[in-house]
Design a binder for this molecule. Structure first.
Ligand code: ZN
Ligand code: ZN
Length: 340
């Protein structure tokens, strides 16, 4: 259905490559200069990033996926205050991610379970887990988990791919994107979040998503922007100080490498690394979820085209041991370490 979109060449961006088309209206919109009419409603992906771009939301949903359902379990598991936990649970129920099921009336107690909408975030959580497993520093409060594929019995590494053509092993290099204008406006307008800096001793997937400028900068880097001025153009409303700060944070954490533009030159550019390119499945899975559930017309605000078949990317994971398509019911996350 959104095939006509594929012909709008000027909006096409290629992830992980130098963009062929300069100057897109998208970022101009942030400064209110766009010729495209805006609408006040969130684009679906903007909404999804708002839900996912919160450290506690992510940790709560992850814990519920892991089987914690009661308030006290979640509180103990996450080391979160009662007030913050109640507030976040209320918001996740409002957003339709969780449902409360009473299991006791005196005193009144609820169990929190994923709705169908919440359950469908599973793919995005597999993507976050995969990224953290490869790239996040070890931390005592982040126990190691394994993923078991029940039909074959193996502890597995999920392989990202496309259900549209059954491709196994799709990366940021295999797709290009088209961005609808409202999306990045939404990102720019996101309620302010805790910044990634000072949040954790090292960078985990949550600290990327929980900081709007980090999310934004990563998207721009994956689009192929490399130079300070290019990032500034893309991230219209970012201040030079904030941009410098986030670029340094990404370089320090191995998400970008800073190299001279030519040998011995004083100016530098910032290139994506395997670590940042690996974040692509997280965006792709969240985007597909947003299109499925948060959009009236099935469009999320970001179209990801699988170059191999010129069709929309349909994210999925397969098992590296038996090649079967992974489904939540056939898999089990298991803590590797005892205790807690
Ligand atoms: Zn495909
Ligand atoms: Zn398997």
């Amino acid at each position: 259905m959104p095939i006509s979109l594929l012909n709008e060449k000027p909006k096409v961006r290629e992830w992980g490559r130098t963009a062929a088309v300069p100057g897109h209206m998208l970022f101009a919109m942030i400064d209110g200069m766009s010729p495209v009419p805006t609408h006040p409603a969130s684009s679906a992906l903007g909404h999804a990033l708002l839900i996912a771009g919160d450290r506690w939301n992510l940790q709560i949903i992850r814990a519920v996926f892991d089987g914690a359902e009661r308030f006290s379990q979640l509180r103990d598991e996450l080391g979160i205050s009662d007030a913050v936990l109640s507030h976040r649970l209320g918001r996740l129920i409002e957003d339709g991610i969780l449902d409360a099921h009473p299991y006791s009336t005196a005193p009144p107690r609820n169990e929190y379970r994923l709705t169908d909408l919440g359950d469908d975030l599973w793919l995005a959580f597999v993507a976050l887990w995969s990224w953290d497993r490869h790239w996040a520093p070890w931390a005592p409060d982040r126990p190691t988990t394994h993923l078991r594929h029940l039909p074959c019995g193996h502890l597995i590494t999920p392989i990202f791919g496309c259900a549209g053509c059954a491709a196994i092993g799709v990366t940021a290099r295999d797709v290009r994107t088209e961005v609808d204008a409202p999306l990045l406006v939404d990102i720019a307008d996101r309620r302010s979040r805790r910044t990634a800096k000072g949040d954790a001793p090292g960078m985990d997937s949550t600290s990327v998503l929980a900081d709007r400028w980090s999310t934004f900068l990563l998207a721009a880097a994956l689009e192929g922007n490399r130079r300070f001025g290019d990032f500034q153009n893309r991230l219209g409303s970012i201040s030079p100080v904030t941009l410098t700060d986030r670029l340094a944070y990404f370089v320090d954490n191995g998400m970008l490498v800073r190299t001279p533009i030519t040998d011995g030159a004083r100016r530098h550019e910032y290139r994506t690394t395997p670590k940042s390119l690996d974040f692509f499945p997280v965006f792709a899975a969240l985007n597909a979820w947003a299109a499925r559930h948060l959009s009236e017309d099935g469009r999320s605000g970001l179209t990801i085209v699988h170059n191999a078949g010129e069709h929309l990317l349909e994210p999925r994971y397969t098992c590296n041991a038996c090649n079967a398509v992974l489904r939540r019911a056939d898999t089990e996350f298991r803590r590797a370490t005892a205790g807690r």
